[in-house]
Design a protein around this ligand. Structure first.
Ligand code: UDP
Length: 316
């Protein structure tokens, strides 16, 4: 198959491409490198089945790109960590709206399938727990996180409209917190912050009292869920995440155990509109895709250790 992946140089995009190339597909990767890095794709430099274009998908793709038939589009382009989408607020709104529509047009033109990377942030600070796909969410439309949440919610509406009115074969993955190698050490997410702080012997920065929860999915599990959804006939959103829920304090403890670090904890203010709890109900993914995560938090952190260690030596 000929596959287009946007957000190719990002954490998830690059892992997805590795898996697609391994399966024998030809992959066209697009990224404007606003948050992704060439380093995430460096190992594919001599891979004949992979081609890269540095491009902002808010602009229509160049005419000579993907001239042949495309079979599938994975739309993963977007800043995704809270500090990055706050820094790139308008770009985040644009890529969710204009960029996503450009990709839907390409899918329609090529009669290709398309999977859009949506997010648990569609549920905002959820009033229902755990979150099933039927829950409509509790999003502040004008808060700082709204640039991400509303872009992703608008993108979901756009995807469903292309499915309903143009008959495009669309898929929507609501992705929950994911971690693993290539999670950018500097992008401010909890797992990358804690791993780097623990390895450096610095205090782990707990925002708020640390009793807020997240449910962490290891990247290999996530990619498996994404591919199963892409190959399914399911057009409504599907939660892809690990339902094992941890407080941020428990996450810090797990990082300390896995790294063997003696770092202390320090407490900092909770960012505005930071969701208090988050846990996917994955009944739909289990039933319709036969999927559930296999790797639990400490094992996944252990598998990520070498990557964060390598970043440590690169920085020092
Ligand atoms: N967090 C923290 N310390 C950090 C980074 C994040 O306590 O150094 C908290 C953050 O306030 C949130 C949770 O960890 O409650 C997950 O944050 P992240 O930025 O990874 O993603 P989110 O799930 O909020 O999109």
């Amino acid at each position: 198959m000929h596959v287009l992946v946007t957000g190719a140089a990002g954490f998830l995009g690059s892992h997805l491409i590795d898996r697609l190339v391994r399966e024998g597909h030809t992959v066209l990767g697009v990224d404007n490198l606003s948050t992704g890095t060439r380093e995430n794709l460096a190992h594919l430099a001599n891979e004949p089945r992979f081609h890269f274009l540095e491009w902002d998908i808010c602009c229509p793709l160049p005419a000579d790109f993907a001239t042949g038939r495309l079979n599938y589009v994975f739309n993963f382009a977007s800043p995704a960590s809270p500090p990055e989408y706050l820094r790139l607020a308008i770009e985040t709104l644009s890529v969710g709206a204009v960029g996503t529509q450009n990709m839907l047009e390409i899918a329609a033109r090529h009669e290709a399938g398309i999977l859009h990377a949506s997010t648990s942030e569609c549920y905002g600070d959820p009033l229902e727990h755990p979150q099933s796909e039927e829950y409509w969410g509790n999003v502040n439309p004008v808060g700082p996180r709204s640039v991400y949440d509303e872009a992703k919610r608008y993108a979901e509406a756009l995807v469903m409209a292309y499915h309903r009115t143009r008959g495009v074969n669309t898929h929507l993955a609501r992705i929950f917190n994911t971690y693993g190698p290539r999670l950018q050490p500097s992008d401010g997410r909890v797992v990358s912050n804690f791993m780097m702080q623990a390895l450096r012997g610095e205090p782990l920065t707990i925002y708020g009292d640390g009793n807020q929860t997240r449910s962490f999915c290891y990247v290999d599990d996530l990619i498996e869920g994404i591919l199963r959804l892409a190959r399914s006939g399911v057009h409504l959103p599907v939660n892809i995440g690990n339902p094992n829920e941890f407080t941020i304090l428990e996450c810090a403890q797990a990082v300390l155990e896995v790294t063997g670090s003696k770092s202390e904890l320090c407490f900092e203010p909770l960012p505005e509109d930071d969701p208090i709890r988050r846990r996917p109900d994955i009944t739909r993914a289990r039933k319709l895709l036969g999927w559930e995560p296999q790797v639990q938090l400490k094992e996944g952190l252990a598998r990520s250790l070498d990557f964060f260690r390598s970043k440590l030596s690169a920085a020092s």
